[in-house]
Ligand binder design. Structure first.
Ligand code: TRP
Ligand code: SF4
Length: 409
């Protein structure tokens, strides 16, 4: 993937989650496992999006407060490691709000009205009045969340791709409007000569070819050349990218989604696991509850009696085996189910035992954190500070190009 306008070493990852209740296995397999892996590959910032929760739950803010801390406990218990990533609360970094406000000045209403989740969610959450200003701005606030950190990648699910598209459009518009620093062309040309004669020629040829014919290969050749230059300052590098693309200086680079694999973890009824469907197993679910919930799961409807053979592919319990059982056990299930050699009760017991066993260390860690809220709060406080340092740097640049630096001495 070519991330236009950014050199390759520039890869920060940012993602957020709304604090809407206890984390469940769908979150764990769909989102968290991915974050846990990414924290060792990129500079990662993960936050609890409490303002985003308010866009839909503004009538019950009390829930948000307790959910925020419970969410951090779940994250830490699952394996997010504060030594390898920063964890913070959106509303504790007011720069997100400031950037959102500034973006609102340059974002055409139509861009927001056209985001598919806008109408979809209003349809889906019919009981709530979502004809609010804040709800319309939901994806723009999300754009600010990402662009405040100049993130290169944003791990999200399929349903968030349109929000990332909006984010890129906003970044592009912002760069177009405010990326013309004084003397940009002179500075860019000075940077060109710093690459040496031969490279300067390749760069200018690529630029000419790209801008005259739109040839993408020429663009990529130019970009590859820039990224191979070890001794350029970040400013020069950005100027060279911007000059090549004809866009001026790139202040806010365009982020790309890192698509989370579709979760292999469906809900108890075989639909997507989601709180609103009431088909979840929470990460901190009591073992007896897990057992109970699995016991009443629907199975292949063909297995009415114990000696009716079944087909695992038609049974939601099988999806759980695929995530939690060893190959041996899976073979035992397929054989036993299709020949009526095993009953659904023993088949299910095997799954619930495996889930309980798997969640045990996570639940133990959660309990430790729960009993040490001082530590949790300290981790989050540090995360907020680190996040704020970076967001503040971006905002200084943004205020400057938008004419908002009012020095009074
Ligand atoms: N809208 C996201 C969701 O519902 C949560 C979110 C808010 C987010 N801000 C973000 C995700 C920024 C990634 C980046 O899942
Ligand atoms: Fe489902 Fe297992 Fe029963 Fe087969 S034996 S129908 S896989 S619960």
């Amino acid at each position: 993937m070519s991330v236009t306008g950014t050199s390759n070493e520039y890869q920060r990852v940012v993602s957020g989650m709304r604090p809407t209740g206890p984390l469940h296995l769908g979150h764990y397999h769909g989102v968290l496992k991915n974050w846990i892996k990414l924290q060792y590959e990129y500079e990662c910032f993960f936050f609890v999006a409490d303002w985003h929760a308010l866009t839909t739950h503004y009538e019950d803010p009390i829930d948000i407060e307790s959910n925020v801390w419970e969410t951090f406990i779940d994250w830490l218990a699952c394996g997010l490691n504060p030594g390898s990533c920063k964890l913070f609360i959106q509303s504790r970094v007011p720069e997100h709000a400031e950037l959102h406000l500034l973006f609102s000045m340059i974002t055409p209403l139509g861009w927001l009205e056209r985001v598919p989740t806008y109408k979809d969610q209003q349809e889906k959450l019919k009981g709530r009045d979502l004809a609010t200003y804040g709800f319309l701005g939901y994806p723009l606030l999300q754009s600010a969340d990402v662009l405040a950190y100049k993130a290169g990648f944003v791990p999200v699910g399929e349903d968030q791709v349109s929000h990332l598209e909006l984010t890129r459009e906003v970044a592009r518009r912002f760069n177009h409007l405010y990326g013309k620093e004084q003397g940009f062309e002179e500075k860019a040309l000075a940077a060109v000569t710093k690459m040496g004669k031969k490279n300067a020629k390749i760069y200018l040829d690529s630029l000419k070819q790209y801008q005259e014919t739109g040839n993408v290969e020429a663009l990529e050749r130019g970009q590859a050349l820039i990224s191979s230059q070890g001794n350029l300052s970040l400013g020069d590098r950005e100027r060279l990218y911007g000059y090549l693309e004809g866009s001026g200086k790139i202040i806010l680079p365009e982020p790309y989604p890192l698509l989370t694999q579709h979760s292999k973890m469906p809900g108890l009824d075989g639909q997507k696991m989601s709180k609103s469907y009431g088909n979840t197993i929470a990460i901190r679910e009591e073992p007896e509850n897990i057992d109970k919930k699995i016991r009443v799961m629907p199975t292949d409807p063909a297995r009415v009696r114990r000696n009716d053979p079944g087909n695992p592919e038609k049974c939601p319990v099988w999806s759980f085996h695929k995530v939690y059982s060893s190959e041996n056990v899976q073979d035992w299930v397929v054989k036993g189910c299709t020949t009526a050699g095993i009953g659904c009760i023993e088949c299910k017991k095997c799954v619930s035992d495996a889930i309980i066993e798997n969640l045990k260390p996570i639940q133990e860690r959660a309990l430790e954190y729960k009993n040490n809220m001082r530590l949790v709060k300290e981790i989050v406080r540090e995360g907020c500070e680190a996040a704020r340092d970076i967001a503040e740097e971006t905002l200084e640049e943004v205020r400057e190009v938008m004419g908002l630096v009012h020095r009074d001495r």
